[in-house]
Design a protein around this ligand. Structure first.
Ligand code: AMP
Ligand code: R5P
Length: 294
């Protein structure tokens, strides 16, 4: 068994290696003067089961190509199996033709990874479960809910209610609600255009309760901040939020800092954007879970 890290999340890769009790393999990643990526494997991988860890988080295109080049290098170096560990799968939100003439880029990414030579993929909280079927190779799909659930359970919150910020997240929120033995509420969210959110209604009772919002991704934080404001208006006592993938692009940090959310609990599938000038964000590690899956 050999583990390699690409450049998106070296801290997580080190933590995973630590849990397994292995050193990361030596690979030099560099750029030529024109920006093209070059990878040199310094360790032999001939006949080995190799795991390569790479989140295709921002800069998503660079990280994706780097992963593909790494898989190609491993294939040509005669690795026995190439197992791609993608804690965060970029382009997952382009999983269908939401409008006519849309591309389905999540499927294109799956094709690229498979064509490059991967034998198996380990992913976490894919935005849409059906992305597993975009691959013809096995996909192990890990969930962040147990990690987030353990954390909230240890906080012993008063009269919790788990809230899904949109109907697409109800199954995930239901899992967390079951873990915490709490009721569920759902926000009726509309998106008039990409990255713009409108809240319509809250389905369920949140008044006087501690609301825990859960989503797979917090990107610009429009969804979560607007949901938090709506919960406050509906009489929620305290508001927490959690997600697996802290994309946190654009105005996210400012929105979270200004929101009525007491604490935002995320995982380390994506390293936090620096500087993260709010102490509201708490990071839990998925390293033990991924190490176990490997
Ligand atoms: P959902 O309806 O929650 O599955 O989200 C899919 C919608 O998000 C589609 O309308 C996409 O056009 C849009 N979308 C896809 N990728 C992104 C992205 N990276 N950032 C913002 N919106 C996106
Ligand atoms: C899509 O619906 C996802 O589940 C998230 O709700 C969404 O990607 C979050 O994006 P933002 O933070 O930009 O509102």
């Amino acid at each position: 068994l050999k583990l390699f890290s690409c450049s998106s999340n070296p801290e997580l890769a080190k933590a995973i290696a630590g849990h397994i009790g292995l050193e990361l393999g030596n690979a030099e990643m560099s750029r030529f003067s024109d920006g093209e990526i070059h990878i040199r494997l310094d360790d032999s991988v001939r006949g080995s089961d190799v795991y390569v860890i790479q989140s295709t988080s921002a800069p998503v295109n660079d990280h994706l190509i780097e992963l593909l080049v790494m898989v190609d290098a491993l294939k040509r170096a005669s690795a026995k199996t190439i197992n791609v560990v993608m804690p965060y799968y970029g382009y997952a939100r382009q999983d269908r033709k939401a409008r006519s003439r849309d591309p389905i880029t999540a499927k294109l990414v799956a094709n690229l990874i498979e064509t490059a030579g991967a034998h198996r993929v380990i992913a976490m909280d894919l935005h849409a479960m059906q992305i597993q079927g975009f691959f013809d190779i096995p996909v192990d799909h890990l969930l962040g809910v147990p990690i987030l659930g353990d954390y909230f359970q240890s906080k012993k919150l008063n009269s919790p209610v788990v809230v899904s910020p949109d109907h697409g997240g109800v199954v995930r929120a239901r899992r967390l609600a079951d873990t915490l033995q709490a009721p569920l509420a759902i926000i009726d969210k509309r998106r008039p255009e990409p990255n713009v959110v409108e809240v319509m209604n809250i389905i369920g009772d949140v008044s006087g309760r501690t609301a825990i919002l859960i989503d797979d991704i917090i990107d610009t934080a429009g969804t979560i901040a607007l949901a938090a404001n709506a919960l406050k208006k509906a009489g929620a006592a305290d508001i927490y939020a959690c997600c697996t993938h802290p994309v946190l692009s654009g105005p996210a940090i400012e929105r979270l800092a200004a929101s009525p959310i007491l604490e935002i609990v995320v995982t380390d599938t994506i390293p936090l954007r620096q500087p993260c000038n709010t102490d509201k964000v708490k990071v839990l590690s998925v390293a033990p879970l991924i190490a176990e899956a490997i």
